[in-house]
Ligand binder design. Structure first.
Ligand SMILES: *[C@@H]1O[C@H](CO)[C@@H](O)[C@H](O)[C@H]1NC(C)=O
Ligand SMILES: *[C@@H]1O[C@H](CO)[C@@H](O)[C@H](O)[C@H]1NC(C)=O
Ligand SMILES: *[C@@H]1O[C@H](CO)[C@@H](O)[C@H](O)[C@H]1NC(C)=O
Ligand SMILES: *[C@@H]1O[C@H](CO)[C@@H](O)[C@H](O)[C@H]1NC(C)=O
Ligand SMILES: *[C@@H]1O[C@H](CO)[C@@H](O)[C@H](O)[C@H]1NC(C)=O
Ligand SMILES: *[C@@H]1O[C@H](CO)[C@@H](O)[C@H](O)[C@H]1NC(C)=O
Ligand SMILES: *[C@@H]1O[C@H](CO)[C@@H](O)[C@H](O)[C@H]1NC(C)=O
Ligand SMILES: *[C@@H]1O[C@H](CO)[C@@H](O)[C@H](O)[C@H]1NC(C)=O
Length: 519
């Protein structure tokens, strides 16, 4: 297409663009009205007509009690901007499967990246769990959940080792180009018409169990799981677990095994490809843990037994098992028992191989290889070690967790970033010097300490660069230097945390949070 034609097209689309601005641009500049707090925080919601799903929470009076519980206008504004962000901006398409007219499909983008991640989409929906009730209407939140579950099932049936996906063909939306993936060499191979990126991350599989269990738990809608392709997908995923369970780098004779999955990418970032020509670093089989080639940050693991992802898998195998029972067929009932047994095996694997002693204290390692090597760190992305009580693997009062937490929130964690703007866990994805507010949010969600919670809340609202949205990472010495202006998941998580504090620590929401000194 010629340059002139492009210019003409842009001109023709000019009116539509003016009505609904590109949110990636919109999210990077300040908009009226101001928050009327000392930080002068921007208003960030799109016009009602531009919202991708109408959430009535802020319009129908449901949020009034939270508003009246707060006295800090900057806190309220950050909540108002961030909580609806996924529904306001990230529901790219909602419709039905071509071959099954009542099979709802929801395509949710991460925000600034035009693709659907299994992990992000489950978590993007998780933020709205407190509002979820059984509802068969196509305009309901429940329908959005069902649409995500159905689409995830479709993705997993074809590409269970992939992490991010393209719009369903029914949407008519063209697949997004992913230049960094265009030369990836991946086994098993995949089709780039439906897959955006194919990094095998154990937590992606666990995310499907997560959203399924959470939808079932909130609605009691067992019948939904018996329709469409959910059962097929669960059985397929379960087969993948079965294969992975017997996975290891070498077989019993010491011969290198045919890998279940391998990946190489041409990149100047070590975390974007796997060592040993795509196999990853060696891991010892048969210890009750599941390998994960990549982390929830989409960075390569160093040791493939990623403990937080194994914790998450154990937790959601247990949580999803009751759905299988509720389906009332004997085959599913057997799978349900197997799922629970598998969770027990993973828990034993974690307790036996995932705990190491550091400074005289027993702590969970981030990653182990089964040969005795362990990586002591945490990464901000959920599942992280810090978030283990949040996703329900253990109780926050667990001794080993408390030891681990103290270590992770100190210089003992190589990815704990400190500075005048914000101090929080980060990770190799954006590198040293960049703290992730998501980790501050998780710190609040897993804390019972009022002082700690208040301090973290103040840091989060201080560090949005007056934009009032939750960014991916922030330079701990310069709040204008941040990554991902439109990171839908983190925004929803912030709102979910406010609802949690409203239920658990309402007096903290009533405080005002004086602006800290910043460089
Ligand atoms: C708030 O920030 C906006 C954008 O920078 C600016 O135009 C406005 O004057 C500020 N208001 C106050 C009260 O500082
Ligand atoms: C949301 O409501 C507005 C009117 O307030 C409407 O213009 C818009 O189309 C609705 N959006 C969706 C996705 O239904
Ligand atoms: C179901 O959802 C629709 C659309 O949001 C809403 O109008 C209706 O009141 C809901 N029904 C129930 C029973 O909650
Ligand atoms: C998919 O791969 C083909 C062949 O390499 C390429 O021509 C095409 O542009 C790719 N599609 C996308 C959406 O990247
Ligand atoms: C189900 O709901 C109960 C009560 O709200 C909660 O304690 C439990 O953690 C939930 N389970 C899942 C899998 O979300
Ligand atoms: C399973 O059986 C129970 C009890 O008979 C019934 O209430 C429920 O609706 C059935 N579930 C499904 C998915 O059919
Ligand atoms: C609570 O948090 C504050 C601030 O992080 C810390 O100084 C204090 O020691 C904590 N108290 C307890 C009982 O852990
Ligand atoms: C802070 O970051 C912004 C955005 O990257 C940059 O323009 C500015 O120069 C930085 N300030 C300092 C003091 O480094």
């Amino acid at each position: 297409m010629s340059v002139n034609l492009l210019a003409l097209l842009a001109l023709l689309c000019g009116i539509a663009i003016a009505q609904c601005p590109d949110y990636l641009q919109y999210s990077q500049s300040w908009h009226y009205p101001p928050s009327s707090g000392p930080r002068n925080i921007s208003y960030m919601r799109p016009e009602p007509a531009c919202r991708t799903f109408n959430m009535s929470f802020f319009e129908d009076g449901s949020s009034d009690a939270i508003f009246y519980s707060m006295s800090d206008f900057d806190l309220w504004r950050t909540f108002l901007n961030s909580y609806p962000n996924t529904l306001d901006t990230a529901i790219r398409w909602k419709g039905y499967a071509a071959d099954s007219p009542d099979e709802e499909l929801t395509f949710i983008v991460t925000g600034d990246i035009d693709a659907m991640w299994l992990r992000d989409s489950s978590n993007q929906m998780q933020s709205y769990l407190p509002l979820l009730t059984a509802n068969s209407s196509a305009d309901s939140l429940a329908s959005l959940f069902r649409g995500v579950i159905n689409l995830q099932a479709r993705y997993l049936l074809t590409s269970p080792y992939c992490n991010a996906f393209q719009p369903p063909v029914e949407s008519g939306i063209a697949p997004a180009k992913n230049p960094s993936a265009s030369q990836d060499v991946v086994f098993p191979t995949y089709d780039n018409a439906s897959v955006f990126e194919c990094k095998y991350e154990l937590d992606s599989l666990a995310s499907f169990l997560q959203i399924s269990a959470q939808y079932y738990n909130a609605t009691g809608d067992a019948a939904f799981f018996g329709k469409h392709h959910w059962l097929e997908a669960i059985n397929h995923v379960y087969q993948v677990f079965n294969d992975l369970y017997f996975s290891s780098t070498y077989d019993v004779n010491g011969q290198v095994k045919q890998p279940d999955y391998s990946f190489t990418r041409v990149s100047d970032r070590a975390t974007e490809t796997l060592a040993n020509d795509g196999l990853g670093n060696p891991f010892k089989g048969g210890i009750g843990l599941f390998r994960s080639a990549f982390r929830p940050s989409d960075d390569a693991t160093i040791y493939q037994y990623l403990i937080p992802s194994n914790m998450m898998l154990a937790r959601y195998l247990e949580a999803a098992a009751p759905i299988m029972v509720a389906l009332n067929d004997s085959e599913s009932a057997v799978t349900s028992v197997h799922m629970t047994q598998l969770a027990t095996i993973i828990r034993q694997g974690i307790e036996e191989h995932g705990i190491v002693t550091v400074g005289g204290k027993r702590v969970y390692a981030y990653e182990v290889d089964g040969y005795g090597s362990a990586n002591i760190m945490d990464d901000a992305n959920i599942p992280s070690l810090l978030s283990a009580p949040f996703f329900g693997y253990l109780d926050a009062n667990d001794d080993v967790y408390q030891n681990t937490r103290a270590l992770l929130l100190s210089y003992g964690n190589p990815y704990f970033m400190q500075g005048p703007v914000i101090s929080a866990i980060g990770g190799p994805h954006q590198g040293p010097g960049y703290a992730w507010p998501m980790a501050s949010i998780v710190r609040i969600l897993t804390s019972d300490n009022d002082t700690e919670i208040s301090e973290q809340l103040a840091l989060i609202i201080d560090s949005t660069n007056t934009l009032g949205l939750i960014h991916e990472s922030i330079n701990t010495f310069n709040s204008s230097d941040y990554t991902r202006p439109w990171f839908s998941w983190a925004n929803g998580l912030f709102g979910q945390m406010i609802l949690d504090l409203y239920a658990r620590k309402r007096h903290i929401l009533g405080q005002s949070f004086p602006q800290a000194q910043q460089s």
